[in-house]
Design a protein around this ligand. Sequence first.
Ligand code: ATP
Ligand code: MG
Length: 389
Amino acid sequence: MNDILLLKQGEIVLKGLNRKYFEQKLIANVNRRLARIGRFRVYSVQSTIYAEPLEDGIDMDAAEEAMKKTFGVIALARAAACEKDKDAILATAKEYLRDRLLAAKSFKVESKRSDKTFPMSSIALSQYVGGELHDAFPHLKADMHEPELIVNVEVRDYAAYVHANAVPAAGGLPVGVGGKAVSLLSGGIDSPVSTWMMAKRGVVVLPVHFFSFPYTSELAKQKVLDLAKELTDWCGRMTVAVVPFTHIQEEIREKCPEELFTVIMRRFMMKISERLALDNGCGALITGENLGQVASQTMQALAVTGAGLSLPVLRPLIGMDKEEIVTVARRIGTFDTSILPYEDCCTVFTPRRPRTKPNLAEVEEAEKALDCAALIEEAVKGVEHIKIF
Ligand code: ATP
Ligand code: MG
């Protein structure tokens, strides 16, 4: 039987004049993702996008999974296509939705027809299909208000489609409509989630990782690349910029007060990320910072960390509880990798008593012991770009 995917657009439909642009982006993203699975025809009709396989043997489960991770799709349904004839529609509903019809307690049929030459009205078609299904599955109660199962029938130009209730998908906005941003990606639980959250708002992300070899191992780097790989299902293909960070950390350790080590290190991360952002046409930085989670994430520490930057710092996790972050991490599939026990560069040379309320003037004074511009230049020159497929 001919299966197709119906993708419901979320917020895009509210976008007024930009709507066409948003929809085209979404269709382009859908096309790109489905092309890896097989040949599809993708087109939109009245805020629903149709993805129709053009060859036999396509793995439709894989296609459905890929579409559930495509931002901009709020819900999706898999539908069976059939001839535009009331008995063909009924037979398709019986066969295609058999398991759902057997499992449900109550149901109703909803019909739509964009082909106005179809000989029955939508109401008559619903009544016919509903009545016959009721006879065939006598345990089902007809419920017009809160049915467990909705049998949808759509009569369109070339075919009729039958499908059950749509299931929720990723939501958000199509990746690409929200601009580009550099995302600071560590190997922890938080930053994959913050990266995902901004991609969900349509942002193309460029992950940047600060790597302190040999204090942190190749395995720690591989873990970050694995996280990036897991994120590509949602965010699209990415190139991770790995910044050599060892020399900077050693310099800070040698020349600055121990209790300011973390905040100065984080200021370097921000400045280098901003440089990479500006070099790559990005409009913001993204971090997984969260108010009060650790000493470097007090309000004062965040202020000093971000002082002097010209780009906005987006911190989508700022007000979330750890438990909420973990729930998202599990849902998007990064949690198990995040908890692998490899060290992060932030845990190298961690001060015994980090300053929780650093003072900007004092920090700037301490930084005078360093040749910041040269250190940043050296780090940027040493960046390794790793394509993730
Ligand atoms: P995470 O779980 O993301 O590691 P965290 O709670 O451990 O976060 P910190 O280590 O203080 O918090 O880091 C705060 C944020 O700084 C991270 O969420 C990430 O955006 C960024 N960051 C930290 N370490 C690195 C790194 N090695 N490379 C890139 N970004 C980093
Ligand atoms: Mg971390």
